[in-house]
Design a binder for this molecule. Structure first.
Ligand code: PHE
Ligand code: ZN
Length: 902
């Protein structure tokens, strides 16, 4: 269907296959800014030359919401025309000699609510240029394969904007007339426009000088608003750890004299890796023990690492085009995951981190891969690139890189990285270039042998399923595993070719509980406890010999591939794995499978799920054994005791009744609360004290388990009517010496629906009314809390009317609206459709302010086709109402059109 719209008409899809090199190169850029919130003047002096490899053609420069004042070529006026948003220059000098192009424009940062390009936040200036924001600052070839050297001069009022920052090194600064001043920055590395940044404002910095392994001195700075300096220590420590880690693990050193992080409270995403001047959402910088939880500390560590690691994977080698986004994002997520694991002192903490990462993949990426926005890790087309900063590009992309490491070994992968930098440093390249480098550095590896098939992970969308079946021959003492793989069709990809799937596996004796030695029938001589089977065909089998007792297979250890594994385990087999599997991931997975099975049975059969008891005694006893286990650590216990989320349960079903799922999961929570009450009391008292606050994995795990215990104890109290534990919880809330304990206590009161929740919430607000990030938690907790008969939506409406609510601030909008629409299925999917009506209103309202944020919210109804009635029709109507709006952004248009397609 053709969408008729005002102005520019329907936005066309952009196809990967249409890539052509740029017709011009831009070698140098000299930018001067006169910063003013209402009217900033931008003088852009470039040197360009024609690309001799491309047929001669006019120069077409991207621009958006700019006022053009002047264009000069080699200092002379020139003719130009506008074609839509593009500035077209037809009469440029012929030949391949460089020429000078000067463009003078103005823009209005204070009116910029999209937070793309140059904008104002808390009276300071910030930029965001990825993916296509630079064109909102000046006319340019705004594409990542055009890499230039930048010089930037900033001029602004000195009192209002004492700090003036841009990429690279400060080469000059000083006073100007009228109370103004200037700073001149030169970036010593060439870069694509999306890595440009400037910051101007009233900021203060924590500074740290370091000497690298290579013996070079560097200045590290973390800039924040005055008053926030006491919340920068953890970010700085994380940055120092990142620098050291990249040198130690990959031999990659900091290539700048100065590396800056700046925090802003108005930011669409988490953070941005601008060369030498990373700009961060405050959420991923600011932390002290009074305001940030353990989870915040861990997120800061990984996001600081992520952006720092981009300095090589993304900045030194960048993407040829935006279809290659996972080249930098998948690889850099893999690197930040490895960084966080390597910082763990204990192997069990590494496993906990892996489980958390897999949980994100399975609850967010698997649904994406099965829904209307499914796309390959390297997409073939898009309408709005902003919609493709997805869990598929990031998290699945990281799994693809992880599989390459599994197929080449840790040392082999590091060799591959070295070759990648030898070949491509300073260039804009493709996912193929990366995979080829890793394979070429490991010529005898399974990756090299199977590279074309392996690369289907980049080209095919959808989550593969691996079905496995085992056969034990007691007489022959052999055990054979048969595998077959498949992948459901996705939009535009009706049939899938087999994937290369590394399956790490082991066997556990069903009676002994012992890990069995693995002798593969036709494999290498030595036995081992883990076996890596690489399957590349639709069907594969493996036989192990000398198997003296019937084994339980532990398949896909460490989640060695991003697939769904179907194996028809008995409950007894899963209990064996839960008790004995030496692989912590599969040990956790066995518990999840048991819980999921109970949930699904109950959802299918229960007459009244609100009164059901879905969990059986064997499961509850097993959970008690884990909780009371003498050697397992607390963080791991907390993960095992956590039930699968409502979203994850929904994904396992063909037809989804969100209220039934919610009721069944709540019934399971209640069962765990009451059946294990004495154990939770023990767990709380055994873990409630963690000493002087440290955000390390061991003490974080103890706080997490104590928090979980309080949650269940307050829930049990709603049954017994006993106020002892809610009272103790309120006391802990008041006395807490860190935000983790305080917030966990608050959450226990709120999620149990206890009357003490209201005074605790009021007190929390009063304590933290000046801490924006803490208020975000206060809003999110209420909007995301467990629904009991429909109370959440009215509460959400009230929160939106609260004086501290602000729809223009993305963090605050997310804390209320996303916490409700995207993270609270029991509250959102209402039989009266009011949740969907609220959603549609907010999507439309936000689209007028910030299309990127609106489009993310629009995705809350991606899976509407799976819903049972009456939800399905109501969700469709809400989507249709949004789609019927004439002047939607491309961002929201692409999401809702795809959701409604077919
Ligand atoms: N490139 C950023 C990151 O992953 C994410 C981002 C994308 C930020 C687009 C802003 C805009 O690290
Ligand atoms: Zn990134």
């Amino acid at each position: 269907m053709l969408q008729i719209r005002e102005g520019s008409g329907p936005a066309a899809a952009i196809h990967r296959g249409d890539y052509t090199a740029p017709a011009y190169w831009i070698d140098t850029v000299d930018l001067s800014f006169d910063l003013d919130p209402a009217k900033t003047r931008v003088l852009n002096k470039m040197t360009l030359r024609r690309n001799p490899d491309v047929a001669a053609q006019p120069l077409r420069l991207d621009g958006e919401e700019l006022n053009l004042a002047r264009v000069l070529v080699n200092g002379q006026g020139t003719s130009f025309k506008m074609d839509g948003d593009q500035l077209v220059l037809e009469n440029l000098p012929e030949g391949t000699e460089p020429f000078a192009l000067e463009i003078f424009t103005t823009c209005a940062p204070v009116k910029n609510t999209k937070l793309m390009g140059l904008y104002v936040s808390n009276d300071s200036f910030f930029t965001q240029c990825e993916a296509e924001g630079f064109r909102r600052i000046t006319y340019f070839l705004d594409r990542p394969d055009v890499m230039a050297m930048y010089t930037v001069t900033l001029r602004a009022d000195k009192a209002k904007y004492p700090v003036l920052l841009s990429n690279g090194n400060l080469v000059d600064s000083g006073a100007l007339d009228d109370g103004r001043h200037f700073a001149k920055w030169v970036d010593p590395h060439k870069k694509p426009s999306y890595l440009f940044a400037l910051v101007a404002g009233l900021l203060v910095a924590r500074e740290q000088r370091i000497t690298s392994r290579a013996g070079k001195d560097h200045l590290l700075q973390v800039f924040v608003r005055p008053g926030d300096l006491d919340k920068t220590e953890h970010a700085m420590n994380s940055l120092m750890a990142s620098v050291a880690w990249d040198e130690a693990r990959f031999g990659l050193s900091l290539d700048l004299e100065r590396f800056m992080i700046v925090a802003t409270s108005d930011f669409n995403m988490g953070a941005m890796e601008n060369k030498g001047l990373n700009i961060f959402n405050t959420k991923y910088v600011l932390a002290n023990q009074a305001t940030a939880t353990d989870v915040d500390y861990a997120n800061i560590e990984s996001v600081v690492g992520h952006e720092y690691f981009h300095n090589w994977t993304g900045n030194r080698i960048t993407c040829r085009d935006w279809f290659q986004l996972s080249l930098k994002e998948g690889l850099t997520v893999f690197r930040d995951q490895e960084f966080s694991q390597d910082l763990c002192a204990e192997p069990s903490a590494r496993a906990v981190k892996r489980i958390e990462d897999v949980r994100v993949l399975r609850t967010a990426q698997f649904p994406e891969d099965a829904g209307p926005m499914a796309h390959p890790v390297r997409p073939d087309s898009y309408i709005e690139i902003n919609n493709f900063y997805t869990v598929t590009i990031y998290e699945k992309g990281a799994e693809v890189v992880r599989m390459m490491q599994t197929l080449t070994s840790r040392a082999g992968f590091a060799k591959g990285m070295t070759l990648y930098f030898e070949r491509f440093d300073g260039q804009a390249v493709t996912c193929d270039d990366f995979a080829q480098s890793i394979a070429d550095a490991n010529p005898d590896s399974a990756l090299a042998n199977l590279l074309p098939q392996f690369k289907r992970w980049y080209s095919q969308a959808g989550t593969p399923r691996v079905a496995a079946r085992g056969e034990y021959d007691a007489a022959a003492q052999t055990y054979t595993l048969h595998f077959s793989q498949s992948c459901a069709p996705t939009s535009g990809q009706p049939a899938k070719q087999p994937y290369v799937i590394p399956i790490l596996l082991g066997l556990v004796g069903s009676s002994s509980g012992q890990a069995l030695s693995l002798h593969a029938q036709h494999g290498p001589g030595e036995a081992s406890l883990n076996y890596l089977l690489v399957i590349a065909q639709e069907h594969a089998s493996i036989t192990f010999t000398h198997i003296q007792e019937e084994p339980v297979p532990s398949i896909l250890r460490g989640f060695s591939a991003p697939v769904v594994l179907d194996f028809d385990y008995t409950d007894a087999q899963l209990l064996t794995l839960l008790a004995n599997d030496p692989d912590p991931f599969n040990r956790w997975e066995a518990g999840q499978r048991l819980a999921l099975r109970s949930a699904i049975n109950c959802i299918a059969t229960s007459e009244d799920p609100t009164r059901a008891t879905p969990l059986n005694d064997a499961y509850i006893d097993a959970m008690r054994a884990v909780l009371r286990h003498p050697t397992l650590d607390a963080a791991f216990k907390e993960l095992v005791l956590a039930l699968p989320s409502e979203t994850y349960i929904a994904e396992q079903l063909d037809v989804v009744d969100p209220q039934r799922i919610h009721a069944v999961r709540e019934a399971m929570r209640l069962q765990l609360a009451t059946a294990l009450q004495a154990d939770w009391e023990w767990a709380f008292s055994a873990h409630e004290h963690t000493g002087a606050y440290q955000p390390d994995p061991v003490s974080s795990g103890r706080r997490a388990l104590a928090g979980m215990a309080l949650n269940f104890l307050c829930l049990a109290a709603t049954q017994t009517g006993d106020d002892i534990w809610p009272g103790k919880t309120l006391q802990r809330f008041k006395d807490a010496s860190n935000m983790t304990d305080r917030f966990n206590a608050l959450q226990a009161l709120v999620s149990s629906g206890h009357a003490l929740a209201a005074p605790a919430l009021a007190r929390f607000h009063a304590l933290f009314k000046d801490e924006a990030l803490v208020l975000d938690k206060w809003f999110a907790l209420q909007a995301g809390t467990s629904d009991r008969g429909g109370q959440v939506l009215p509460a959400v409406r009230q929160l939106m009317a609260h004086p501290d609510f602000n729809l223009r601030n993305p963090n605050r909008a997310r804390s209320v609206i996303f916490s409700y629409c995207s993270a609270n299925p029991g509250g959102f999917h209402r039989t009266d459709a009011a949740g969907y009506v609220f959603w549609a209103d907010r999507v439309i309202e936000l689209d007028g302010i910030n299309p990127q944020v609106a489009a993310r919210l629009a995705r809350a109804l991606d899976r509407w086709k799976k819903l049972a009635e009456p939800y399905r029709s109501a969700a469709q109507a809400a989507l249709q109402r949004v789609a019927a709006k004439a002047d939607l952004s491309n961002d929201v248009r692409e999401v809702v059109d795809r959701a409604l397609a077919d």
